[in-house]
Ligand binder design. Structure first.
Ligand SMILES: Cc1cc2nc3c(=O)[nH]c(=O)nc-3n(C[C@H](O)[C@H](O)[C@H](O)COP(=O)(O)OP(=O)(O)OC[C@H]3O[C@@H](n4cnc5c(N)ncnc54)[C@H](O)[C@@H]3O)c2cc1C
Length: 544
């Protein structure tokens, strides 16, 4: 049996970043991935729709990665390996049904001008929001990058208390709980500003009427202005290849087609894993599982390996809404309608929605098991940043629909589609995609005539691509407050340590949740490489 220092289950961004960092720190690591390619939700597919067109099958936008601690530490090495990020001054906008549009830019002045044009005074409101947020941005970002259930989490709370005082901390915590709707309507007068920011809450796994969604919207608004919308030249595969290269060049392994079916536990300690074909791989120091809690506690571990209350909590872990991806190859760049057509054509992420109430209604319909009558269309245009994604003069569109039922579809809110027995058949998938594409065609006038080919992935298809996307939930479990932050993944097993010694839990289901920020992988890397307490105390002695 081969034995490594650390064995990773799954090769998503969290595993790959942690494995690369550990490999650089001298660890012998082995990453085991059940699919035929590494990368998890980062999957770049050339020719998916037609020859010469490169599509991101799932995740496409990398602001969370370029803003991450993992990137800061690995950047030199990734640069050397040719990972090049392309960015823009116009990361996002919303196209409304009446042909108007509203945008977020990467400069405060432009955002002030943009919002004032929709309603005088909203520009100042944006500026005040940004300045207030930035005054405590370190605390907000640390909340999303600290192991909360630990001494570091306590340290963060103490620092916040020292800076803000008891009243101030209470106020800030209250502001963190606000809904997106309440924050938007309290802050901005124009419906355009509401419709510009409300769709972003979908990208945090929440809806605009859920607790903390207002705070998450502010984090995103600030992050968009500060960081834009970077994508890797040539696609996410470049990042995946580079991370795998770091592991392999340090003597580690990244194996694909390696399905882990059991984590081996002896005397309460994880000692390795067993693959579906019976092979065992030993882990001398750590097993790191990037799976859902359901898979970890009900499939990979045995009944006696963890307390019954933890298993029971994992059984109750809830998954969020389903998602659909539509990939389109176009023979020419899109011609957007309206007076802001030129700006829309160069914006990488455009939302198409009637506005805040439109997002709220579609989320509510999805949560009641219905196909929304008027879904929020996330229209991604990677070619706006990276022309290599399509043959010269052509274009790809990456459409994301984040408001679909978790589990079976009970009906169609528009009363148009027969949903049959509620399963995602090919017929239902294509019929729903037709409705979306027809609606997008109201904003992009040449969409139908320039379409060369399209490929659609239903929630069920997404789960087939990556077992962690249960029911097509792309965020590894509901991000409602009771399953987020301190309570992610489980109140009974918070953070990344598990009840089994030497077994760590990472990935979207764990704090700080989904996205390409590699946050959970980074936190576990830090924990594994932390010097022992005695050495840390000695290092603090005067004169050392
Ligand atoms: C369609 C879609 C679009 C998205 N768009 C964006 C975006 O643009 N920007 C962004 O920041 N985020 C985006 N996200 C979210 C983000 O991609 C994910 O939250 C993130 O990639 C999850 O990373 P992870 O480390 O949890 O692992 P994952 O990417 O989920 O990978 C886990 C891997 O583990 C493997 N695995 C699981 N169990 C086993 C086992 N027993 N044995 C071996 N292997 C196993 C799986 O096959 C999978 O490859 C998107 C997600 C999806 C699905």
């Amino acid at each position: 049996m081969a034995t490594h220092d650390a064995v990773f289950v799954g090769a998503g961004i969290n595993s790959l970043a942690a494995a690369a960092l550990l490999a650089r720190a001298g660890w012998d690591v082995c990453v085991l991935e059940r699919e035929e390619v590494a990368g998890g939700c980062i999957r770049t597919v050339e020719g998916l729709t037609a020859p010469g067109f490169t599509h991101e099958l799932m995740a496409a936008w990398h602001p969370l990665f370029t803003g991450s601690a993992a990137y800061a530490e690995l950047r030199d090495e990734l640069d050397r390996r040719g990972v090049e990020y392309l960015n823009t001054d116009l990361p996002t906008g919303t196209a409304f049904p009446d042909g108007s549009a509203c945008f977020v830019w990467t400069s405060t002045e432009q955002n002030v001008r943009e919002l004032d044009a929709h309603s005088p005074g909203d520009g100042a409101a944006w500026q005040a929001m940004f300045e207030t947020f930035m005054a405590n941005a370190d605390l907000a970002f640390e909340l999303l990058s600290t192991e909360l259930w630990s001494a570091s989490g306590l340290g963060l709370a103490q620092r916040a208390l020292r800076r803000l005082g008891r009243r101030g901390l209470l106020e800030l915590t209250g502001r963190t709980l606000v809904t997106c709707r309440d924050w938007l309507t309290d802050t901005f007068r124009s419906q355009a500003a509401h419709g510009l920011l409300a769709p972003w809450v979908l990208h945090t796994g929440l809806g605009p009427d859920q607790a903390t969604s207002g705070f998450m919207t502010q984090v995103i608004a600030a992050a968009l202005q500060l960081g834009g919308m970077p994508v890797p030249l040539g696609g996410g595969v470049r990042l995946v290849e580079a991370l795998c290269g770091i592991v392999r060049d340090a003597g580690g392994e990244v194996r694909t087609g390696a399905d882990v079916e059991r984590i081996l536990v002896a005397d309460g300690r994880a000692t390795g894993v067993r693959l579906a074909d019976g092979e065992t791989v030993g882990a001398a120091r750590a097993v790191v599982a990037s799976t859902t809690p359901t898979a970890l506690y009900w499939k990979l571990l045995g009944e006696g390996d963890v307390p019954a209350r933890v298993r029971e909590a994992a059984r109750r872990f809830r998954y969020g809404r389903g998602e659909m991806q539509i990939h389109v190859a176009l023979d020419a760049p899109p011609r957007w309608r309206g007076s802001r057509a030129a700006e829309l054509a160069r914006t990488p992420v455009v939302h198409v929605t009637p506005g805040l109430d439109g997002v709220s209604r579609a989320v509510n319909e999805a949560e009641r098991g219905l196909l929304p009558a008027e879904a929020t269309i996330v229209c991604g245009q990677p070619c706006a940043l990276d022309p290599t994604r399509a043959p010269e003069g052509k274009w790809v569109i990456w459409i994301q629909l984040q408001e679909l039922p978790a589990g079976q579809v009970k009906g169609d809110a528009a009363g148009e589609l027969d949903v049959g027995d509620g399963r995602w058949t090919e017929e239902l998938r294509e019929a729903y995609a037709d409705r979306i594409v027809a609606r997008l065609g109201e904003s992009i006038e040449n969409l139908a005539e320039e379409t060369i080919a399209r490929v659609v992935l239903s929630p069920a298809d997404l789960e087939r691509e990556n077992v962690n996307l249960v029911g097509g939930d792309i965020y590894g479990g509901s991000c409602a407050l009771d399953q987020n932050l301190l309570w992610r993944p489980l109140a009974q097993a918070p953070g990344h340590r598990t009840p089994v010694d030497g077994l760590w839990h990472i990935g979207a289901s764990t704090h700080p949740g989904p996205g390409l920020g590699a946050g959970s992988g980074y936190l576990v890397y830090r924990e594994l490489t932390r010097p022992p307490l005695a050495r840390r105390l000695l290092a603090r002695l005067p004169g050392r």
